[in-house]
Design a protein around this ligand. Structure first.
Ligand SMILES: N[C@@H](CCC(=O)N[C@@H](CS)C(=O)NCC(=O)O)C(=O)O
Length: 176
């Protein structure tokens, strides 16, 4: 059984979707980030950066409980546990991992900052920050647009050489 310490936000939903798609059994432990529950000592013990999502898998790799925080690390962990959604061959695996890291390192933070500075809820309108992050998001949209014009999903192989490589390495024509 996996405890998922979470809240309905985009980073939380990444894990909710993965848990549903892999069919793993899980229990939701809500952490209300609007009222500051992410700063409670018991949550910080599993997520030291005071952010959701985090999981506790009572049946970890060695049969003992394991905690994992950071949504990308959790996705990789759940993929490893179930053998789903991460190709087993190195070429396919690194295609998927580089786009996951891109999402974690660029898309999430840049969109988060753009959303923050553009929000009507912020006390001060700072043009420099709004332009910096809005332009950053526009650039990322371009990167994603180009990727999706050459591959049906971020983590799939490029059109052309993809099918041959995927079939050769996994025995399937479309790697999970
Ligand atoms: N890099 C982290 C980001 C997680 C994150 O930003 N979580 C937000 C909700 S989406 C949060 O818990 N915010 C509470 C806070 O910053 O105090 C991940 O991907 O897990």
């Amino acid at each position: 059984m996996i405890e998922v310490h979470t809240w309905p936000t985009p980073n939380g939903h990444k894990i909710h979707i993965m848990l549903e798609e892999t069919g793993l059994e899980y229990e939701v432990r809500p952490v209300n980030i609007r009222t500051g529950e992410q700063f409670k000592p018991e949550f910080l013990r599993i997520s030291p950066n005071n952010k959701i999502p985090a999981i506790v898998d009572r049946n970890g790799p060695d049969g003992k409980p394991i905690t994992v925080f950071e949504s990308g690390a959790i996705l990789v962990y759940l993929a490893g546990k179930t053998g789903k959604f991460l190709p087993r061959d190195d070429r396919g695996k690194y295609v998927a991992l580089q786009w996951l890291m891109f999402q974690m390192g660029s898309v999430g933070p840049m969109m988060g900052q753009a959303g923050h500075f553009r929000s009507n809820a912020v006390p001060e309108r700072i043009e420099y920050a709004i332009n910096r992050y809005t332009n950053g998001v526009r650039r990322l949209h371009g990167v994603m647009e180009r990727r999706l014009s050459e591959a049906p999903f971020f983590s799939r192989f490029f059109r052309g050489c993809g099918r041959a490589n995927a079939t050769a390495s996994t025995g399937r024509s479309s790697p999970k």
